[in-house]
Design a protein around this ligand. Structure first.
Ligand SMILES: [Zn+2]
Length: 435
């Protein structure tokens, strides 16, 4: 294969490629290797889908990050319920990082991008869930959003482990090439000199993944204690014990490794986490007035398993404050209660007690809803009907809220009777679909 000079790049990584450096290199080349004069001189260049050189990591992650965001917007636009949306998200969105995650460590901005995208995909107001909670609501939904950070690091681990013989021999080769330029620190720690590039060398990242160092060090404890990853046990040096790895294929291994890594990024006590969320959702005063048992969440679990997935998710979204009210969404026009309560705001703290809303819910179900807020919120005496009821309230609210748009949404809100009738009719249709 013959490369055209105009298609070639000279990547300068040892120093910052300032104009005077660029000019000096161009001059030197034109004098000493004139046939290279057309080479483009850059600080990083794309090779096999990844950018090598200064700032290469950031550039490499840009493309899949944009794609990830676009796919999340597409999934959100599909208006599907949570379960199919999450399945699609795990298959179509998270997977865009599969290639780059093998060689470049997760970027610092990925967790916040993921948080934004998961909320968008689930049509939730921003920051209803912290990063751990996003991956931990298994009791409300059979499938939860994959933990992107753990997923990417498991992908790197798999790749590095598959190529480990090559990687270790490459390191030895590099020490030989460096010859007398190798410094004592690098030799002592068997680390790769940075060579003027601020980012961690690709080879270092990959060896760190195998040895659970660097970014992967957060998983050391989990790996040591996991029955899933028996091959890690029996010594400080994970590499040595890896030689006795009894696991099957690499794909199975990646799944196991992902599960163990993911556990580090999930909430260990969902009941406690949700109790804390309730205080934020309801506010101090209201939360202080609702009485619950300390094991309310354990009591709720058997009920949840008897409920439809969509109802469970509506309850979850209610607990975490996921109603898209004008106050929660920080919309420019703050509405009053859309069911006609004068002086009350369009706010979930009002809706858990809103008389017209709960009357509509009661009429749809042909059953008077309980007066106790703990029961309405399924924090006490929960039954599948109570979960269905909160799902119905959630639906009636969001259906009706969608009618209060346009240039002057407050005008729509004044049509109380019309909105209440619309809420009732949509509630009946919703119930037909739910049962
Ligand atoms: Zn109201």
């Amino acid at each position: 294969m013959v490369l055209k000079p105009s298609k070639c790049f000279l990547v300068v990584s040892a120093v910052d490629l300032k104009p005077d450096v660029l000019h000096a290199i161009q001059n030197w080349i034109s004098v000493n290797i004139p046939e290279w004069a057309e080479f483009e001189i850059v600080s990083s260049g794309k090779y096999l889908g990844v950018w090598l050189g200064r700032g290469g990591e950031g550039k490499t992650w840009e493309e899949p990050s944009d794609k990830y965001l676009q796919r999340c917007i597409e999934i959100a636009g599909g208006r599907a319920p949570a379960l199919p949306s999450i399945i699609r998200y795990n298959q179509r969105a998270v997977s865009v990082f599969a290639y780059v995650a093998q060689v470049f460590p997760v970027q610092d901005n990925l967790p916040s991008l993921e948080q934004r995208c998961v909320h968008k995909m689930l049509k939730l107001p921003p920051n209803c869930m912290n990063r751990k909670l996003m991956h931990s609501f298994d009791d409300f939904c059979e499938v939860v959003p994959a933990c992107t950070v753990a997923w990417c690091r498991a992908a790197m681990y798999r790749f590095a482990r598959r190529e480990r013989n090559f990687l270790y021999s490459l390191r030895e080769e590099m020490f030989n090439v460096l010859g007398e330029h190798l410094n004592v620190r690098s030799l002592a720690t068997r680390s790769i000199p940075l060579g003027g590039i601020p980012e961690i060398p690709v080879l270092t990242s990959l060896l760190n993944a195998i040895e659970l160092k660097g970014d992967h060090s957060v998983y050391q404890n989990a790996v040591q204690h996991s029955p899933l990853l028996q091959w890690f046990k029996g010594g400080q040096n994970a590499l040595n014990s890896l030689q006795h790895d009894p696991s099957g294929t690499l794909d199975k291994m990646q799944t196991k490794v992902y599960k163990v890594f993911r556990d580090v990024e999930t909430t260990q006590d969902l009941g406690h986490e949700l109790t804390q969320k309730l205080v934020i959702t309801l506010g101090d005063d209201l939360a202080g007035s609702i009485r619950v048992r300390s094991d309310w969440f354990q009591q709720l679990l058997p009920t949840l398993s008897d409920c439809k997935p969509h109802s469970r998710m509506c309850l979850f979204k209610t607990i975490i404050g996921g109603w898209s009210t004008t106050s929660r969404m920080h919309e420019p026009t703050k509405l009053n209660c859309i069911f006609g309560c004068k002086e009350e705001q369009d706010d979930i703290r009002h809706y858990v007690a809103c008389a017209p809303l709960w009357q509509i819910v009661g009429e749809v179900l042909s059953q008077q809803p309980p007066l106790s807020l703990a029961e309405r919120l399924c924090l006490a005496s929960s039954t599948p009907l109570a979960v269905q009821r909160i799902a119905l309230a959630f639906h009636c609210y969001h259906y009706t809220k969608a009618l209060c748009t346009g240039e002057n949404p407050q005008l729509n809100v004044q049509n109380t009777r019309g909105l209440q009738r619309a809420a009732f009719e949509s509630g009946r249709t919703f119930l037909l679909h739910l049962s």
